[in-house]
Write a protein that binds this ligand. Structure first.
Ligand SMILES: [Zn+2]
Length: 410
């Protein structure tokens, strides 16, 4: 065995380097398990038979015959339960390499084995759920995790997997119910997640024109978490669609109180509503108040657009300049100022603007980033598609340039 292993190492190659790591890991876990659990003499024979299968399995692994390796490891597990840990590790390695079929086979071998410790079976079932999820079989994964949860109802890790799949399947009611269970078992902040689940469920109702249920869900989201920006926005949208502009405006304005840094999401909506009401006066009052309380680039930009629509070119220019002073890379503001100049500005203004743009071309163009995992989506998302956390995506501040379309898409 040692000789063949040595020869094999001399062969080199990246596939072999990976396998070397696997083999060392397996042997490490195997020896660890042996040292932790000394056996009685009469069990030793069976254990040794298991060990010979184990080492045959390692040899097959070294000669790249993975299916034979699995067969030998299965035999090893059948006579020597100490090797289960190594077998589980092998399954995890297959999964991490994207070899889902083999990972699944290993779990099934463990689950189907008679006289196996119940906790080990539950563990294998959990691993199987993860394999299915990794392989994209969401329904099968869900069924498996639900089985685990039934056997082990207090296991938060399983509940989080279940919640994640419900979210993936956009089954918001079950995602909500699952998060409620998690909240009962784990200390911490769950309100924002519960509120998002309610809002998402409400959005589905809104799409299906179940207005009453949608409204109830949005309101429930707000009472669950007062800062749930998305709930205010969609409650307002719902009123707006029903041409109840006053209620729409009242809902959108609450964003300014709940989360001032997200007020820009309401600007376009408010402008739309006041335009329908043929009364833009309150927009100015609201925007000026926002600019006073939360003087960010978006607010100055919104004010500039409003003033320009009223033909107050000088006022609009002042606001754009304020926006650009706060955030030199705010390309939305630059584009708007450029259009203003082209529509009627002086030649020297156009030239100066052009010079500034060229100078600013090296400003990195970044927008949103997840504080949890660093993912940078191209638009604002409430749930990070990479790490699946809620409310971790924020604006990138500083010189880097957020660029929000004025008529929001959220
Ligand atoms: Zn993330």
């Amino acid at each position: 065995m040692l000789e063949s292993t040595w020869q094999w190492f001399l062969g080199g190659g990246s596939q072999q380097i990976l396998l070397t790591a696997i083999v060392f890991l397996l042997i490490g876990v195997f020896l660890g398990a042996r040292m932790r659990s000394p056996r009685e003499d009469k069990q030793a024979d069976a254990a040794n038979r298991g060990d010979s299968s184990f080492f045959k399995g390692v040899q097959y692994l070294l000669s790249n015959d993975h299916d034979q390796a699995i067969e030998e490891f299965t035999k090893s597990v059948q006579v020597n339960s100490d090797t289960i840990e190594t077998y589980v590790t092998l399954g995890n390695l297959y999964r991490s390499r994207g070899d889902i079929d083999r990972a699944i086979r290993i779990r099934q071998n463990i689950i189907l084995r008679p006289n196996i410790d119940e906790q080990i079976k539950i563990g294998a079932l959990f691993d199987l759920g993860q394999d299915y999820r990794k392989g994209g079989f969401l329904n099968r994964s869900l069924r498996t995790f639900l089985q685990v949860s039934q056997k082990n109802p207090g296991d938060v890790r399983t509940l989080k997997e279940i919640e994640r799949i419900y979210e993936g399947l956009k089954d918001w009611e079950n995602a909500y119910a699952t998060r409620q269970k998690i909240a009962r078992l784990e200390k911490g902040h769950h309100e924002h997640i519960l509120a998002h689940h309610l809002v998402e469920a409400g959005k589905v109702c809104q799409e299906n024109e179940d207005v009453v249920k949608a409204k109830t869900l949005f309101n429930k989201a707000i009472s669950t978490q007062k800062q749930c920006v998305d709930a205010y926005l969609h409650l307002g949208d719902l009123h707006f669609e029903r041409q109840d502009y006053k209620k729409a405006i009242a809902a959108w304005k609450k964003v300014a109180e709940a989360a001032p840094h997200f007020t820009f999401l309401a600007y376009g909506r408010l402008e739309g509503a006041y335009t329908r009401m043929k009364n833009l006066e309150p927009v100015e009052v609201f925007l000026k108040e926002c600019a006073r309380l939360n003087p960010d680039a978006f607010t100055h930009m919104a004010l500039a657009r409003y003033l320009y629509s009223k033909n107050d070119v000088a006022g609009a220019l002042k606001e754009i300049n304020s926006a650009l002073a706060l955030n030199p890379g705010f390309w939305e503001a630059r584009r708007f100022r450029g259009q203003m100049f082209l529509n009627g500005g002086a030649e020297e203004d156009i030239l100066a603007d052009y010079g500034e743009i060229i100078e600013g071309l090296n400003i990195p163009y970044l927008r949103f980033r997840c504080v949890q995992c660093g993912f940078e989506p191209s638009e604002l998302l409430w749930q990070c598609p990479q790490c699946n956390r809620w409310d971790t995506i924020g604006l990138i501040n500083g010189k880097e340039a957020p660029s929000i379309p004025f008529i929001n898409k959220i």
